[in-house]
Design a binder for this molecule. Structure first.
Ligand code: GLN
Length: 483
């Protein structure tokens, strides 16, 4: 059953073909067997998971069950989970037991879902390869020499390796879509404000958004049904009605206009990736869609704009980790300055420090106008480009990343090369739009995902478009041979 989708598992639970305890145990066994090597989990909450599974079985027996009741999930280790370590992939929070529950994980708890554990990630969600984790890199289950993508690489690897039925991730500049793409799974980054950020350790607050990482678009719809919705505790969550995302999955694609930005076919795009993307677009044409060239003239500016805005917000958000209230504290501080300095120097890894320095610089008086304000202006241009493009098309399609997953260690010492690999995902966050990644083939024996970008609040349409492709292709059902 571990190889089945959430939708199938849910039906099997309803029919009484298996219990949540059995299902949960099968994942726990697989985690024990395979995760030593893959390293997708930071914490496995075995006892808690079995308790929740027992409660879910009772709930099913009493007739009070929803689609998520009894389904074993993994949560990215930046969602605060009460009583459970929430490390954010950092030494800084290695000793942090969250005193409260994030809205997202609370909603899954209320729905009766089971938490198997917390997944590995780039420290404070900064990275594209999962090599920035204090807990060591995650391996791509399809090819253990490859990165799984980042920063939600643990969640992506866990779902790909069948070590969880589904997982949560967060996406500030691509961290759901890009690891989903590299691990051959489905990942949705919702519209900014669709899902509550309350209880998520903040990276860049104007960009961060949580979403589902699953085998299929149908599963992403099922998970989003639980995750989405207004939360009075997050002032940026929007009071916008939440549809049942599963009801429109089979809608017709007849007449859908797909925009293909001419800027996306650029130098640096791997020819095999391009071939897989083209082939999937041909499938959509067979399903009744039309294709139109569009333009996003400022697409190339997303990297410099993002790598000013995200570090600027991060430098502010991460100032709370000072060794005083919680988190890592250095031994024997001599005075307050020494306490701050050494606690932060020891607690944060190299990439996090780099971003804090860049962000502090960009926000400092004298440089604020030249960098931060300029970046915000570019952000507006990027958003306007999308809104203009959407006058001519319903959705935009393209790659998630210029190449399939690269080798572990290949560019980890070259931050600029790493940042360049985010070219296709960052602008979607800058514009606050939803984006879906669905697996569409392999390049160099590693998975390739198609990115589908929609208008604000078009999650239902994106999931419908992803689902229809998954009715005529089976990339999402293929699984890596572990061992
Ligand atoms: N790779 C991007 C970064 O390092 C995006 C990360 C994310 O979405 N959390 O900032």
């Amino acid at each position: 059953m571990y190889d089945k989708t959430i939708a199938e598992q849910s039906r099997a639970l309803t029919r009484g073909e298996l219990s949540s305890v059995e299902l949960t145990q099968s994942y726990l066994d697989r985690i024990r067997q395979f995760d030593g090597d893959i390293n997708s989990y930071i914490t496995v909450t075995e006892e808690l998971a079995l308790d929740q599974a027992r409660a879910a079985d009772e709930r099913r027996a009493s007739g009070d069950a929803g689609a998520m009741t009894g389904i074993p999930l993994a949560h990215k280790d930046l969602f605060c989970t009460e009583g459970v370590k929430t490390s954010c992939g950092s030494r800084m929070l290695d000793n942090f037991i969250a005193p409260y529950e994030s809205t997202v994980t609370a909603r899954f708890k209320d729905a009766g879902a089971v938490m198997l554990g917390k997944t590995n990630m780039d420290e404070f969600a900064m990275g594209s390869s999962n090599e920035n984790s204090y807990y060591g890199p995650v391996k791509n289950p399809w090819d253990k020499a490859a990165i799984p993508g980042g920063s939600s690489g643990g969640s992506a690897a866990a779902v790909a390796a069948r070590l969880a039925a589904g997982a949560t991730g967060t996406d500030t500049g691509g961290s759901i879509r890009q690891p989903a793409s590299h691990c051959g799974i489905t990942g949705l980054k919702p519209t900014y404000g669709r899902v509550s950020r309350w209880g998520m350790v903040a990276y860049a607050s104007s960009l961060d958004q949580a979403g589902p990482m699953t085998r299929s678009a149908e599963d992403a719809a099922i998970m989003l049904n639980t995750m989405a919705g207004f939360d009075p505790r997050d002032s940026t969550s929007l009071e916008h009605s939440v549809p049942d995302y599963t009801t429109t999955l089979n809608d017709s694609l007849e007449g859908l206009t797909i925009g293909l930005p001419k800027e996306y076919i650029a130098a640096g795009l791997d020819a095999d990736v391009e071939k897989q993307i083209d082939r999937s677009i041909t499938e959509y044409v067979k399903l009744g869609a039309k294709v139109k060239e569009v333009s996003l003239p400022n697409a190339g500016l997303c990297i410099p704009a993002y790598y000013v805005i995200a570090p600027a917000e991060a430098s502010s958000n991460l100032s709370r980790f000072d060794g005083v209230r919680f988190g890592h504290r250095c031994e024997d501080p001599q005075d307050l300055m020494d306490l701050y300095l050494r606690s932060r120097s020891e607690g944060f890894g190299e990439e996090v420090k780099r971003r804090i320095i860049v962000g502090t610089y960009a926000l400092s008086s004298g440089y604020y106008d030249a960098y931060y304000r300029k970046a915000q202006q570019i952000r507006r241009l990027i958003r306007d480009d999308f809104l203009d493009a959407f006058k001519e098309c319903d959705v935009i399609m393209g790659p998630n990343a210029p190449t399939a997953a690269f080798d572990l260690g290949a560019i980890n010492n070259d931050p600029v090369a790493m940042y360049l690999s985010d070219i296709y995902t960052l602008s979607v966050n800058l514009a606050g739009l939803p984006g879906l990644s669905v697996p569409v083939g392999m390049a160099n024996n590693r998975p390739v995902g198609l990115q589908i970008i929609g208008q604000h609040f078009a999650e239902a349409r994106l999931l419908n478009i992803g689902h229809r492709l998954q009715q005529v292709t089976d990339w999402h059902l293929q699984s890596p041979a572990l061992i």
